[in-house]
Design a binder for this molecule. Sequence first.
Ligand SMILES: [Zn+2]
Length: 191
Amino acid sequence: MKKDVFLTFDDGPNEPYTSQILDILKEFGAKASFFACGKSVEYFPETTQRILNEGHALGNHTYSHSIILTFTGFLKREIERTTEVIQKTTGVKTNLFRPPWGVAAPWTKSYLKANNYKIILWNINSYDWVGVSAQDIEDTVLKKIKPNSIILLHDGKNAKLHHNRSQTVLALPSLIKNLHHRGFVCRSIPI
Ligand SMILES: [Zn+2]
């Protein structure tokens, strides 16, 4: 019996890291989910298209990853705008949403529900966003792994361009190999 786990990457696309991650996923036959910022999708349309072409899931992570708009709950326009950008870029309308920092005000949740979005959070925080080493990222994830874990990783940072994600990229081959050894299959989150 195979056990599913879900690798998720937030805040991209962000090159060259997103393409490097896609290359590794392809090499290992693993699928993942990318929660993209609209602003970054506009900047890297081809990478965004590649995510879908290679069978991964693409979700909405707001347009600009604004700390003020997230914590004051004014995310409606940010969400709409990202859905529009993704649709214009790829032809696909995504219903997966992950709020920045995992924070959604009650009225943001109501808006999401009324518009048929699914909020996808996580159960394993890799802490790759604090700048730890590849080995630490791998150890943190493997220590907590169980079937159906949703693993938080980052291919970008807050919709910034070219933020260094080399430790996340470096962690990935060994992490996936270890997951496979333990009988896990890396899948994308179903839409
Ligand atoms: Zn984020």
